[in-house]
Design a protein around this ligand. Structure first.
Ligand code: ZN
Ligand code: ZN
Length: 275
């Protein structure tokens, strides 16, 4: 199995760190997790056609994780996708997809008639919504989803990917919670989000202490993420969804290593990790 980080950023724009997205693949299977800003450009850079993606899994419906959904779908049509899209996501995903498709309905209709491409299967979208915990088999990769704590977001999920007795865990957006420690146990790779302490300063009236507190509060701070990795006994820890996107890398590595016992990998867009 291989993990490729397509976007390691957060809502704030940064041309070096695109919006959240990851590709999990085997020889037979390609699974995309989230479709943040710039996902299709990164896929193109990695020479992966959106026509060939078997399934899209969404961690939650925060805009930074789903903002390029329509772009992904239209780009797969331009790439001559011949199979329907399978989208797996939290409660609300069906409504979200329907609304996005509705917003572009007239434009799409005109385009389909005028451009007369061979298939419209890219616009045939099958959505499955998650319960609290469950499994899906996508060809030779088994995916387990589990709830994480990103409140006030009501439905947020992390994932396990199993292939050839290897285990990858993706935290999604979460504050420290029991489920992440439970489901990340003995992962070969734990891909975890992080809020980096001391790197965001308050700006009078625009970014208040309350803003900073609230953002930190529903993410996992840098002085905790290493402890979670340690408790989960994962072999490798990869950090992504870096808030903020620019920070002192050396300092972050040191803080996390102190808790984890091993140096974490600081995620970068297009970084590939064999599992
Ligand atoms: Zn996010
Ligand atoms: Zn979020």
């Amino acid at each position: 199995m291989e993990l490729m980080l397509l976007g390691t950023g957060c809502p704030r724009v940064d041309y070096k760190r695109f919006g959240p997205a990851n590709l999990i693949s085997s020889k037979k299977t390609k699974i995309l997790v989230d479709c943040g800003s710039g996902v299709t450009q990164r896929l193109d850079q990695a020479k992966i056609s959106s026509a060939k993606i078997d399934a899209l899994f969404l961690t939650h419906l925060h805009s930074d994780h789903v903002v390029d959904l329509y772009q992904l779908i239209i780009s797969s049509w331009h790439s001559y996708r011949t199979t329907p899209w399978k989208i797996y996501g939290p409660k609300g995903t069906k409504k979200f997809v329907t609304k996005i498709m509705e917003a572009w309905r007239d434009e799409r209709k005109q385009r389909i008639i005028y451009e007369a491409r061979s298939s419209t299967q890219a616009f045939n979208i099958k959505v499955k919504e998650f319960a609290s915990v469950g499994n899906f088999q996508i060809k030779d990769i088994k995916v387990k989803y589990f709830e994480v704590d990103h409140k006030p977001v009501k439905y947020a999920y992390g994932f396990n990917f199993f292939h050839n007795s290897k285990k990858l865990t993706v935290s999604g957006d979460t504050r420290p919670c029991e489920n992440i420690m439970k489901y990340a146990l003995f992962s070969d790779v734990l891909l975890h989000e992080v809020f980096i302490d001391g790197e965001i300063k308050k700006i009078n009236k625009m970014r208040t202490l309350k803003t900073l507190h609230n953002v930190r509060d529903y993410h996992t701070p840098s002085n905790i993420v290493g402890k979670i990795a340690k408790l989960s006994r994962c072999k490798k820890l990869v950090l992504t969804h870096l808030v903020p996107t620019q920070f002192n890398e050396k300092k972050l590595k040191l803080i996390v290593k102190k808790d984890f016992g091993k140096e974490p990998i600081i995620g970068k867009d297009l970084l590939k990790i064999k599992i």
